[in-house]
Design a protein around this ligand. Structure first.
Ligand SMILES: C[S@@+](CC[C@H](N)C(=O)[O-])C[C@H]1O[C@@H](n2cnc3c(N)ncnc32)[C@H](O)[C@@H]1O
Length: 371
């Protein structure tokens, strides 16, 4: 069954992702320096940009959604053309001195960026809908999270904001031990953390069919407990989005906003051959040249039909070079009966990176094609 039917054509011709719901520090840690050819699912583009910091030869940004590819192109060209500070203000990320730009200034920056006609016309209508305000929160996923965050602040009240005032791990663990409203939080996770709410808000019946043993409540409760203990919440973009509905703290932004990574991304973009490919990822990999050294598959695997679940690695194999890595994220559904012939499971080699990943809502697998 072609993918479009699975997720519905309408799903692909709108911007579903504009900020990020993955911490790409993981894929960045798995990607070796100067890999010849990297293929990454585009999504919001925020999951592709940091990979340029490893100076790949060829970077293929791939997605079924022309809207996601257009946004990815905008992200790439904004890094190429802008300073770190102008990149932050253009996208609407909080800066340490709180400076923001006006809508007409954002339009002027957009007009100055060298974009393909297709990307410009697609994004123009999107920016006009947001009246040239930041588009970080205007994707369907981000909008849905905004609705959840309003419930969180309504039920948790000032305690939610107070949790983000903790600046050190000690302050955060004391707050969790003495002041965090655990009962109200557990109630929120029980009420909101399930497929029916996410289908109603976002997936319209296409939420992955859960096959992980955990209950929805157990899965989210454990994910957030890990995040609460990882670092003060203000340092985590995902927690800010889920609990506050917006990014308020400059010290807790996605990897692409980090100054050192930004400068390395700019250099990588300057030297890479960048391709934008609208296609099904498995079909594209079968034809990929040059051979691919890393595939960043996002959680596409959680949406495969049963047959594709078992054969996806074998369908990727022809396009991969010996020793190539495939980084898979899974959201409630892990492919079953996967034919792993010719691949080694290297997930354990990256357990530190996986534990440090700042969303903790994905099961992660790293496969390596035999050398
Ligand atoms: C579920 S999303 C994840 C987005 C990502 N979390 C982000 O932060 O940008 C996966 C992305 O993959 C695209 N996609 C889903 N299945 C695909 C497939 N088989 N081939 C290519 N792209 C696919 C969707 O259009 C979407 O942009």
């Amino acid at each position: 069954m072609p993918l479009a039917d699975e997720m519905g054509e309408s799903y692909f011709n709108k911007l579903n992702y504009t900020l990020s719901n993955e911490d790409t520090a993981l894929e960045l840690g798995v990607l070796p320096e100067q890999t010849g050819h990297v293929v990454a699912i585009a999504g919001s583009g925020s999951r592709v940009l940091p990979l340029f910091a490893r100076h790949p030869g060829v970077m293929t940004c791939l997605d079924r959604s022309p809207a996601q590819l257009a946004l990815t192109e905008l992200r790439v060209e904004s890094v190429r053309a802008l300073s770190h500070r102008d990149f932050l203000t253009f996208w609407g990320y909080p800066t340490r001195d709180g400076v923001r730009i006006r809508p007409e200034e954002r339009k002027a920056v957009f007009d100055s960026l060298p974009l393909s006609d297709a990307a410009r016309s697609l994004l123009l209508s999107h920016f006009e809908q947001t009246a040239w305000d930041s588009i970080l929160y205007s994707g369907s996923w981000e909008t849905a999270m905004g609705s959840l965050a309003r419930m969180v602040t309504r039920v948790m009240g000032a305690k939610a904001q107070a949790f983000f005032e903790c600046r050190t791990p000690e302050e955060a663990s004391t707050f969790l031990a003495r002041a965090f409203p655990h009962m109200r939080w557990s109630l929120l996770v029980a009420l909101l953390g399930n497929a029916s709410v996410f289908n109603a808000l976002l997936y319209k019946g296409r939420h992955p069919k859960k096959n992980v043993r955990d209950t929805y409540y157990g899965y989210y409760k454990r994910s957030f407990d890990r995040l609460f203990r990882q670092a003060p919440a203000r340092r985590n973009f995902f927690l800010q989005l889920i609990m506050l509905g917006r990014l308020e703290f400059a010290e807790g932004l996605p990897v692409e906003a980090d100054l050192a990574i930004f400068e390395a991304m700019k250099a990588g973009i300057g030297s890479a051959d960048i391709r934008y490919v609208e296609s099904d990822v498995l079909d594209a990999l079968a034809l990929a040249t040059p051979a691919v050294g890393l595939v960043s598959l996002s959680d596409v695997g959680s949406y495969f039909d049963r047959r594709t679940e078992s054969e996806f690695l074998q369908r990727l194999k022809p396009g991969l070079e010996p020793g190539a890595r495939v980084v898979c994220r899974y959201y409630f559904r892990i492919p079953e009966n996967v034919d792993t012939t010719g691949f080694e499971d290297k997930t354990r080699d990256f357990s530190d990176l996986i534990a440090a990943e700042r969303t903790q809502v994905y099961a992660i697998h790293v496969w390596q094609r035999a050398k």
